[in-house]
Each structure stands twice: as C-alpha cells, then as structure tokens.
Ligand binder design. Structure first.
Ligand code: NDP
Ligand code: 2IT
Length: 451
C-alpha cells in the first residue's frame, strides 16, 4: 500500500510538472495536496479510475487577455489580464483578483487550486477561481487605477456573472478597485447583481467582509489554541503584512487580549514592543488605505517602534505567528527560529505563506499549524454570505454576519479535526483541510460524470 501511495504521488507530480512547466508555485500547492490525499485516493479505486484529482489539477478554463490603458502622461500602457476558472463542481467559480507586478499564470493557478478546497471547506456552494493582472497599483493615481480597472473589466465582464463566476479582492485589490470594477461591470451589462463581492456597504456589500479574513484567521487560531487549553489572552503575536488581512488580524487578536508587536510590508517590518493598540492600528489603516504610504512611517510616528529595512518579522520572539502578506514568506530557517523562540501556533492569513520546509519544522516541533485554505477561509466565506444577501435582496446586521463567520470557522476547525486526527491523537491540519475540502468536490464530480 505504501509503495502504491508513493508511486501515485510520483506519477501525479511528474505529469503536473511536465504539463505545466515553470509554474513553481502551482507545483508546490499541488504537491502538498497530492501528498495529503494519496492514501485516501489509493484506497478508493473509483477516484483513481475517474481521475478526479487529475481533473481538479487542470483548470476548467483559463482566460488571458490584453489590458490596454492610458496613463496620466498620455502614454499607452499594456498589462496582462487573467481569470483562471478552476472548478465549478459545487458552485459558480469564486475567488479574488490580484493586481501585483509579480502576477503570472502559475501564481494564479496555485491560488485558484487552493481556492477550490478552501471554498468547499466553508460549507457554502462555491467553486474555485482566481484572476488578476501584472498591473502594479503602487504609485499610480486614482485616475490611472480607474482607467486600468475599466479596461480590465471591459474584457472580463463577458466571462463572469452572479451564477457563473464571482470575483473579489486579493493583493492590490481592495475597496477602491472593487468600486471601479463594479461601476464598469454595471455600465456594460446594465444589471445590478452580485457579480463582485467586497462591494461598498451602501451598494450591495456585506458588513464584516473587510474584516472577515483577518477576524476569521484569529477565530481559527482560537479554536486550535482551545484544543490545548490556551487562548489569545496575554499572548505576544507577530503579524506580517499591513494590508487588509493583516490589519484585521491585528484588530481581532488585540480584542481577544493579545499584544501584536509586528507588522510589515515588502520593504521591511516594524517591531513595537508596546503593542499595536487600537489608536496605532487606526494610524496603519489610514497610512495604508488612504495615504498609501510605507510601513516605515509607523516608526517615525511612534518612537516605541523600530523599523527593520529589508527584513521579515520572524526573528521576533512571539507565542503566535500570523503570516498575512504573501506566498513563501516563511522559510524553513525562519520557522525554526519561530519554534526556538517559543512560538506555539502559526495560523496563515495569507495563501501558502509557509514554504514546505517551514511546514516540516512546525510539524516536527508539534506546534499548532493552521494552513491558509482553512485559516483564511473567512474572507471567501463572508463573500459567500454577501452573494446570499444579494440574491435575497436583504442586508444582515454586523452581528448576524460575525456570528455566522464564527460558526463557519468553528465548523472548518471541526472538519480539520475529523479528517486530520492522527493515530497518536494529534491533529494534522494540513491533511485535515485537504481531505475535508476534497471529499465534497470529489463526490460532486463523480456524480456529474466526466466533464
Ligand atoms: P493587501 O494588498 O491589502 O496587502 C498585502 C500586504 O502584503 C501588504 O502589506 C504588502 O506590502 C504585503 N506584500 C505583498 N506582496 C509582498 C511580497 N512579495 N513580499 C512582501 N510583502 C508583500 O492584500 P491582502 O491583505 O488582501 O492579502 C494578503 C494575503 O492574504 C495574500 O496572500 C492574499 O492572497 C491572502 N488572502 C486575502 C484575502 C482577502 O480577503 N483579501 C482572503 C484570503 C487570503 P506592499 O504594500 O509593500 O506591497
Ligand atoms: O484568497 C481568497 O480567499 C480571497 N482573496 C478572497 C476571495 C473571495 O472571493 O472573497
């Protein structure tokens, strides 16, 4: 049996690498999932025969397009636009749009692949997708961002729809971009529907959607900590990133009684031993969301903080680490440092922030580790709730949405425990999330035939 499992993984990965050359992040995401699922698949010949996982690893459709626009100097600029429609077995494609200079097809395929399992874990009827562009919003005026978004949506609109594919935000796509994208969608399609989520509160958005990913990550960490009789109370927390997910992770961790001592951006990190309290967090929100400044300005404003240029926050002593910036931002060595400094819990607000080497270190040390597809699923879960509210043309209160979010995160934790508990009683949340997310999608695909 073990030999069969090993062979299945080897053959699977050799095929994926041959068919998708040079897409390293995609290979990495697929390999982790295949390693988790192989024993289950080998035991279920129907899954092998119907090549269910092989089909999941091949996008149902990939749309690539030109995005031409004119900058403030009157020059023509051209970006690449993408939408990866990965899997629609359990619902319309659903997932964010990323605008970042590093975006390429391989990165979006890894994100779309992860999204399939994550969306299944939420218990809501959503398939998986992801899209975006190599457009870099940094340093662009509001007018340039609007021009770009309008051009991007002029093509994308023909491929999406409330029952087909529902995009949302991700890195570089927040409230401002969703506004411009939605405006153009509505203008071209002449319909006011829930085709994007993360909309403004006055025009179809859901309460708690901006907060959902960061809050949900903390709710998931809370559930993991509870299995060891621990809470956030009195803990020191290291957070990376300073965007949407990081801001609300800091907010919730602080509300739960912890002290968050770091945040970062792609230039460096700040260490504030006094903690990032509500007032300082408001400064960060204004700095990043309104003035679009750099995190080093935090240290200019608050003398209690130190700024470390070109470094990541993982050498800071902490009890809990919440990586909330980007993929592969925790190396094996950094994970070893976290563990050596006494970290007992890592919950991923970002998608795939821990390298495979880092995950090995967490598992070897036996600390709690919540992978992104489980820990950050709160964002897309509340997107799903936004779709529901749009469909029934109602708006729930912040309390109603937050209660549903908490309950979804707790259910995801239960799913991970159900499918990830090892013979020694410990929980492997990676295995639990992958298997828990897979089964529903696999059953739907078996029922729907070879499509
Ligand atoms: P934002 O654009 O709001 O913030 C991103 C933050 O991460 C910024 O501080 C940014 O710094 C930093 N960052 C981005 N790229 C890099 C990089 N290559 N190296 C170092 N730092 C980087 O994005 P979000 O907060 O929405 O997304 C953060 C992560 O969370 C991503 O992995 C995303 O996929 C994931 N996620 C987001 C969800 C959501 O609802 N928004 C839901 C689930 C997961 P800088 O300003 O310098 O670029
Ligand atoms: O990675 C993610 O789950 C997101 N960026 C959110 C997707 C969504 O549709 O809300």
């Amino acid at each position: 049996m073990e030999e069969q499992v090993r062979q299945y993984v080897e053959t699977f990965m050799a095929n994926v690498k041959a068919k998708n050359p040079a897409e390293n992040e995609f290979h990495q995401a697929v390999e982790e999932v295949v390693e988790s699922l192989a024993p289950y698949i080998v035991e279920n010949p129907q899954l092998m025969k119907m090549k269910v996982l092989e089909r999941i690893a091949e996008p149902e459709r990939v749309i690539m397009f030109r995005v031409p626009w004119v900058n403030d100097k009157g020059e023509v600029e051209i970006n690449k636009g993408f939408r990866v429609q990965m899997n629609s077995a359990i619902g319309p494609y659903k997932g964010g749009l990323r605008f970042h200079a590093s975006v390429n097809l391989g990165i979006l395929k890894f994100l779309a692949f992860e999204q399939v399992f994550k969306n299944s874990l939420t218990t809501l009827p959503m398939g998986g997708g992801k899209g975006g562009s190599d457009f870099n919003p940094k340093g662009k005026s509001d007018n340039e961002v609007m021009k770009f978004c309008q051009s991007f949506m002029t093509e994308l609109q023909r491929h999406v729809g409330q029952d087909t594919d529902v995009p949302a935000g991700d890195i570089g796509v927040g409230a401002r971009e969703i506004g411009f994208l939605y405006g153009q969608y509505k203008r071209l399609r002449n319909e006011f529907t829930g085709t994007l989520t993360g909309k403004g509160l006055d025009w179809g958005g859901s309460f708690i959607r901006p907060e959902a990913t960061g809050y949900g990550t903390c709710y998931f960490a809370e559930a993991m900590l509870a299995t060891r009789g621990q809470t956030f109370e009195g803990k020191t927390v290291a957070v990376s990133g300073s965007g949407n997910v990081a801001q609300y992770a800091v907010e919730k961790a602080t509300q739960l009684g912890a002290k968050c001592v770091t945040i970062s951006d792609s230039n460096g990190y700040i260490y504030d031993p006094d903690g990032i309290d509500a007032e300082k967090l408001q400064f960060v929100k204004d700095l990043k969301n309104v003035f679009r400044g750099r995190i080093k300005e935090y240290a200019d404003r608050y003398p209690s903080a130190q700024y470390f240029e070109g470094e990541r926050p993982w050498s800071v002593k902490c009890d809990i680490a919440l990586p909330c910036a980007t993929q592969n931002e925790v190396s094996g060595d950094e994970a070893a440092t976290l563990v050596a400094n006494g970290c007992i819990c890592v919950a991923e607000g970002a998608n795939m922030p821990s390298t495979p080497e880092a995950i090995d270190k967490y598992h070897e040390a036996g600390i709690l580790f919540g992978p992104g597809k489980a820990a950050n699923a709160g964002g897309v879960a509340v997107s799903g709730l936004e779709m529901t509210q749009n469909s029934i043309r109602l708006k729930w209160t912040p309390k109603e949405v937050d209660t549903k979010l908490r309950s979804i995160m707790s259910d995801i934790h239960d799913t991970c425990v159900k499918y990830g508990t090892e013979s020694d009683g410990t929980v492997n949340y990676v295995k639990g999330a992958n298997l828990g997310g897979f089964i529903k999608v696999a059953n739907a695909m078996l029922a729907q035939g070879i499509v």
